[in-house]
Design a protein around this ligand. Sequence first.
Ligand code: BGC
Length: 742
Amino acid sequence: MKKILYVLALVAAVCACGKKKHAERHIATYLDLSAPIEERVEDALSRMTTEEKVKMLHAQSKFSSAGVERLGIPEVWCTDGPHGIRPEVLWDEWNQAGWTNDSCTAYPALTCLAASWDREMAELYGNCIGEEARYRKKDVLLGPGVNICRTPLNGRNFEYMGEDPFLAGEMVVPYVKGVQENGVAACVKHFAVNNQETKRHSTNSIVDDRTMYEIYLPAFKAAVQKGGAWAIMGSYNLYNGQYNCHNKKLLCDILKDEWGFDGVVISDWGGCRNDDEPITNGLDMEFGTWTNGLQGAASNGYDAYHMANPYLERIRDGRVGTTELDDKVRRILRLIFRTSMAPERHFGRFTCPEHYEAARKIAAEGTVLLKNDGVLPLENPGKILVVGENAIKKMVVGGGSSSLKTRYEVTPLEALQEEFGENVIYERGYVGSTETSYNNVSTGENLEETRSAEELIAAAVAAAEQADLIVFVGGLNKSKNQDNEGSDRLQLTLPYGQQEVIEALAATGKKIVAVNISGSPVAMPWADKVNALVQGWYGGTESGHGLADVLTGRVNPSGRLPFTIPCSLEDGPLKTERQYPGVIEEGKDKVQEYYDEGVFIGYRWYATQGIATQFPFGYGLSYTTFEISNLKATRSRVGRLGEFKVKLTVKNTGDRDGAEVVQVYVAPPESPVARPVRELKGFAKVYLKAGESRQISIPLSYQDLCYFDAEAHKWTAAPGEYTILAGDSSDHLPVSTTIKAV
Ligand code: BGC
């Protein structure tokens, strides 16, 4: 009997086990969250028809692409980026859909983030915006942007991280990681040399390899290799004769082969231009080719996209095979398994107190104090006259695709009123732009003004009589020909007659604190007429609070310029039309633009030429003072692949707690190619209590000594002595040491 029972038990166990195995067999590998991603990708791919694969390659609405319903593979949903989560838009249109629950937290513009020179701020930024994307069920965040500020006139500088590839590369990495921790892909844009808005769809950027590798590629490379970005966006322009969204050299040779990028290349919206190149030249997903209301149209609906029916036809009639198709779909599946079908995914968070706090912190950390005769911080300022449109103009709306709908936006005037109550009076001073809406999102303000420029100035001057101090808040805005997508600025000087306003106010003899809000450098020939000067940015939801934190001294300023503020445009490296904005040449249908200045942009140009600037790259003051000393390089001879450390001491020599941004530059010896006199290769933001000092170390490597030898296609350093300089801006580097490269 016992034996029978034992046999029965065994049979039952075997059956149960068989059933379990059977059940397991029914969970397809691609749905098994515990299976390695590459196995899931191969399994899903093997189950898909060619038609299903092609459908995944292109948009099905303004911001989404199709999944495979039959297999339960979801759609991909994208959103701008890079400063907050764009409101929901109509299915086929740019205009907002009118939802009432999609007002986001707007974070400061990326120039502000870059100006913080603080990697932790970048991580915080990425993480918060990633959480908001997650909550809004978006899989791909269209940002951050890391195009280099080649000209102060570029309309989109405010969406990027300044003029230096090292700074941009260091700041983009934590941003990307922060976003992606939330199961949301960062889509780094716009790859590459998309450095102007003028004729962005038809400009052919002609750039030599050395300039590409030293200036325009490093931040993208860092985002891909160190940040592990899951997506990248091609740019509208052409590079060396081929459109960038299907540029073989950029996408196949550099991005995918050299850098080993395993993510998805997404076209900019409307950046895919023909049927054949996208197939072979590295584009994986096509968006925005036709613009409005065309979902059902036969000739220009989504099925007519270059990577839709035209691709399918080519496969069906044998003109192309399916190797490229499978590679593209593998990448898209990988993206889906990393995002919407990832094993660990949280719900996200949207417009919560923690996000507002982060936005405020970043806004304050990025604010740059450029001049101060002691009038700041505002401790007992008495009666304050605030003058200037940017004190009242809400800036989150406008500027192009980065325009947002935010829960609220605190203006500088509101924040100063919160701070000083009835001691604050206001005069507009000038009229800039009265625009208050974009893509059907409105700030709700009415900025109409009937007074003439003279009347506005007279009113401000009269009001100054009653004031102890004037705070002028001006600069640029996000309208056409300002900091704006689709158009460049027309001048470096302040627009709308603001200089006259500042001069009239200065003539009253009252103390003036000037705040310039912009995303690009503006000329400041009036700087000596004011007692303090602050560079603010488009600060997002908490804009005014971030600024007030610095003006009042609640936050000790520690922002540093992420670009040079030149004295004039003429001083800069772009001297000819062929350099900017490009020229029409006979027999060529595209604007030809030559990067003749090579690697000499920003401080690389000014420092090498010995041209004085208004404020140098890396510059910024604090309410305390610092001293940098004891610089040592821990190895004096650097072999081919050697790494070494720079050690130095930073001391807070003042009586307030604060942060110094220690910057390390390398000056090369005589080299076979012309090199900038110095280049940024390391930095650290160091928070120190009053009187505190600390030894810090900054890593450098052999690579930091190198230039890119285009002919040999490798990084190389001429043998000799390299000077390592440290200080607090590109122009003030009081301590130095040398190392030898062999
Ligand atoms: C911009 C991109 C943006 C896309 C989608 C394009 O016009 O260049 O930066 O992500 O639109 O809005």
